[in-house]
Design a protein around this ligand. Structure first.
Ligand code: FDA
Length: 442
């Protein structure tokens, strides 16, 4: 529908990473299964093309979830957009099965995402960053639409669209240590491969990686393997990397049913789940990778060429340009003493921050209700709880860890989550009588 020349969509999605791609499929499959008019959905993505953590598509890096946790299977195992369908189409089904390996490489998963995305391009506009969302009052007096300002990358021009439902899936934001600026000799791991591919390896004789999580360990291995003449320093606070708990009983925390368990638990129980199971995903490293790094260092010791150095129980305090090099002040947690480490490159694998969804929401943020700890309140169907005056709906993918648990920003529960969001949107569009707060069967 167009009012005053402004198009009103049923759904506007902000971001077109795996989460909103999965939503586009869920909406499309609901349309196909019904004789009502199709939902008019439009997604806006600031990148020029689909790109899932391109800076970390390192050769040899694997997914940390089973191939069955793809964009669709946990919602609809018969979907034509599953990882198995992809393998079948590209002619690798038998070859994949022969590997007897549940975890595809990150590169193969990216290829799968691109294969699906190519079938959903009609829904998405690239190079389009949503810079603000504001509530709009209709002639009937209700705030039943949201207005999105979309900035186009190529021209910088902005355009306006309206939507009855907005789904915010903007992902995580790279986090640098306080006071550390990115630059020629200081990178964040999220941009690692993109920059490494165009860097001059001759210039990288001494490199350091800060951090103790999966990305840090992967970057250390990549630098060690690809810069055979370089010294590689790993700066980490613990004695060694902590192992990721991938055992089956703990892994149940990512099951679709675990969302209900978490959502309807007391705050004490929620805190306990985080305490016990944070090590399934956060600041931890795969067993195989830890052993791999240890073996490399040991092999070096045998030939008396120690070029992989673990500066453990250490933290980086400051970083500064020192001529063409980067000087890092590294403090030992053991002695309290600080040494200067001069390197050609420091990679900060220091993680990501959850996005505060309300930063985009402008005046609508003031209509979002909050809990006693100041966090946004979220319905079970991932819809923000707002002042009743706001009839338009805002859904979150990510930013709901406090209400929906550990899988909120991850791929693990993405297919089931998007079934729930798509159902809620469709029921909301059909009117209050059929709206069951997204608790209907998929
Ligand atoms: P994602 O961040 O992928 O996508 C968000 C999109 O929104 C981006 O394309 C961004 O450009 C766009 N965007 C942001 N702001 C915008 C705006 N204002 N307007 C328009 N577009 C905007 N999880 C897991 O379960 N298993 C795994 O194996 C991994 N592996 C993994 C590896 C690495 C290196 C990282 C950093 C993370 C993981 N993760 C993971 C976790 C990760 O959060 C998850 O893989 C997905 O990226 C989540 O998908 P989303 O679509 O929600 O966010």
């Amino acid at each position: 529908m167009r009012v005053d020349g402004i198009k009103t969509h049923d759904v506007a999605g902000i971001g077109f990473g795996p989460s909103n791609l999965s939503l586009a499929i869920a909406l499309d499959e609901l349309d196909t299964a019904s004789d009502r008019p199709a939902v008019d959905a439009a997604f806006f993505e600031k990148q020029a093309a689909l790109g899932w953590h391109r800076g970390m598509l390192l050769p040899g890096a694997n997914m940390q979830i089973s191939f069955l946790k793809d964009l669709v299977t946990f919602r609809n195992p018969a979907s034509p957009y599953s990882f198995v369908s992809y393998l079948h189409t590209v002619g690798r089904l038998a070859a994949f099965a022969n590997r007897t390996e549940f975890f595809p490489s990150r590169r193969e998963f990216h290829d799968y995402l691109e294969w699906v995305e190519a079938q959903f391009t009609k829904y998405v506009t690239y190079s389009s960053e949503v810079v603000s969302v504001q509530p709009v009052r209709s002639e009937n007096g209700f705030l039943d639409k949201l207005q999105l300002e979309v900035r186009e990358g190529a021209t910088g021009a902005t355009r306006t669209v309206h939507a009855r439902n907005v789904v915010v899936s903007t992902g995580l934001v790279p986090k640098m240590p306080e006071g550390f600026e990115r630059g020629e000799g200081v990178w964040h791991s999220s941009e690692f491969l993109t920059r490494f591919q165009v860097a001059d390896p001759e210039r990288l004789r001494s490199v350091a990686v800060l951090g103790a999580g999966q990305s840090a360990a992967e970057v250390v291995r990549h630098l060690y393997d690809n810069l055979p003449d370089a010294d590689v320093y790993a700066i980490l606070s613990p004695v060694g990397y902590s192992i990721a708990d991938a055992t089956p009983l703990a892994n149940q925390v990512f099951d679709p049913d675990a969302v209900d368990d978490y959502y309807f638990s007391s705050e004490e129980a929620k805190d306990a789940v985080w305490r016990y199971h944070k090590n399934t995903n956060y600041s931890v490293v795969d067993d195989e990778l830890i052993r791999d790094l240890y073996e490399r260092r040991y092999a070096d010791e045998v030939v008396r060429r120690n070029r992989l150095r673990f500066l453990n129980l250490s933290r980086a305090l400051t970083v500064e340009n020192h001529g063409p090099r980067t000087r890092v002040a590294v403090q030992s947690l053991r002695t309290g003493e600080t040494d200067q480490l001069d390197v050609d490159l420091l990679v900060c694998a220091t993680g990501y921050l959850p996005v505060d969804p309300t930063t985009l929401l402008g005046e609508a943020a003031g209509l979002c209700l909050r809990d006693e700890r100041g966090r946004v309140r979220v319905e079970r169907d991932y819809r923000l709880v707002t002042d009743p005056e706001l009839k338009a709906r805002i859904y979150l993918q990510g930013g709901t860890e406090h209400t929906h648990g550990l899988s909120a920003a991850l791929l693990s529960n993405m297919a089931a989550r998007n079934g729930e969001i798509a159902n809620s949107i469709v029921q909301g569009l059909a009117g209050p009588a059929s709206d069951t707060d997204g608790k209907a069967a998929l």
